[in-house]
Design a protein around this ligand. Sequence first.
Ligand code: ATP
Ligand code: PRP
Ligand code: NIO
Length: 481
Amino acid sequence: MSMDANLTLHTDKYQINMMYAHWGHGTHLHRAVFDVYFRKLPFGNGFAVCAGLERIVDYVRNLRFGEEELAYLAEQEEAYAPDFLEALRQFKFTGDIYAVPEGTVVFPGEPLIRVEAAVMEAQLIETAVLNFLNYQTLIATKAARTKQVAPNDMLLEFGTRRAQEADAAIWGARAAYLAGFDATSNLRAGMLFGIPTKGTHAHAWVQSHDSEANAFERYAAALPDQVTLLVDTYDTLKSGLPNAIRTARWLEARGKRMQAIRLDSGDLAYLSIKAREMLDAAGLPYVKIVASNDLDEHIIFNLKAQGARIDAWGVGTQLITAGDQPALGGVYKLVAREKDGDFVPVIKISGNPEKVTTPGVKDVYRIVNQQTGKAEADYIALKGETDVSQGERIKLFDPVHPYIHKYVEDYEALPLLQPIFQGGALVYKLPTLAQIREYHREQLALFWPEYLRKLNPESYPVDLSTAAWELKMSLIEQHRK
Ligand SMILES: Nc1ncnc2c1ncn2[C@@H]1O[C@H](COP(=O)(O)OP(=O)(O)OP(=O)(O)O)[C@@H](O)[C@H]1O
Ligand SMILES: O=P(O)(O)OC[C@H]1O[C@H](OP(=O)(O)OP(=O)(O)O)[C@H](O)[C@@H]1O
Ligand SMILES: O=C(O)c1cccnc1
């Protein structure tokens, strides 16, 4: 079997089964509209950072059932009819996709992607779209939290060895970078995406020499412009620091400057403060201090509160695995379907009000106050509602407590969903990763700090238009009868 990625069968079997059943009944080309959204923010954060679109675009463009895929499907116990497999041979994505650009600050309950396509096409892509979007958005959000506690420090992504396999490592590195990390240790992520790469050395380098002093010197001799020395193999303050200081002097004598030392165990606050004193006393104020060792945003925040003198943070396991919450629960829900040539809205009812879907084909607008330049709410309107897109007075109300409301008129409505595919053709120019990173930074500036803070943030309003709300209520009512 070739491992070259044809991702077309990167889907749940039930999608193919539904496609087959639609095909058998002749409904496979009926159009359907699906929304992608998540219901709950991860990590107790006040926002999420949308990521995954670039991978989704690549996936959708390359959807094809090749011989290997078709032969495999032919073996399945479902006994799919040969004519169905022939139809799959012709398959391509011919639908429309709208999506929120990567780096956008997003909130629960709002569509991040809208797929309008033949139901067979829309169904096939559900699994992969969620797989990409959920993971990358989760890691970008975790990275944004880390960036928030160390906004002016260097953040290094070190997670590959602990990541949930290879794709997670590289796409996680990319997600971390777009949300504010400065570099990754993964060279392939660097090569594929243009992320800056950085590397120090491991304990193995020190252990593979007779002495730490000798190890440091030989490392400095080999890479004199990129010297960061790991000082904790034997005794950080008694051995690692003095040896590193000697190496820095050795480099100075050759006209070079040592970049940094790295601390990877022990009390990082205490050790960094002591190390800073020793480096400064040795006339080496330019030598920076890197720390690593199971770091996350909480430990970094704590270390800073303790006065740690750390300039750069290597963050691995907790970031790349989103250790404290390893999944985002983004869902893909049918909101409208074609019937007699028209779209009719559909709903999914649930005893849990959060799980009742919002029917209809919808757009999402970010309502930005013209006076303050800050976002006031996101506003979900039915496609074709013109008051919001034309900046007329709109009513903002809490969909859970609709009596809490206000009217706004002095606003700019920024549409969040952008056309990505139209009739199967890519119509979106993918931004560069540098542009996404910059855009993400600008996004944060749109929000009041109370929505962004790491602990107990205010919840940002995501509102429905009156028409969208009434449609939802009427479908709920209809199903109660
Ligand atoms: N001053 C500090 N305040 C809070 N947490 C800290 C502080 N210093 C280090 N930590 C964190 O505490 C944890 C310490 O891990 P652990 O108990 O395994 O100690 P260690 O120093 O790594 O020991 P080992 O030598 O076995 O690696 C790490 O997550 C580290 O980042
Ligand atoms: O702690 P994380 O946030 O996951 O960051 C990555 C970790 O990976 C390395 O340790 P490892 O013990 O794998 O190798 P080493 O011998 O280089 O320390 C490095 O020293 C970090 O501690
Ligand atoms: O360069 C480093 O120091 C590094 C890279 C990956 C994991 N831990 C450390």
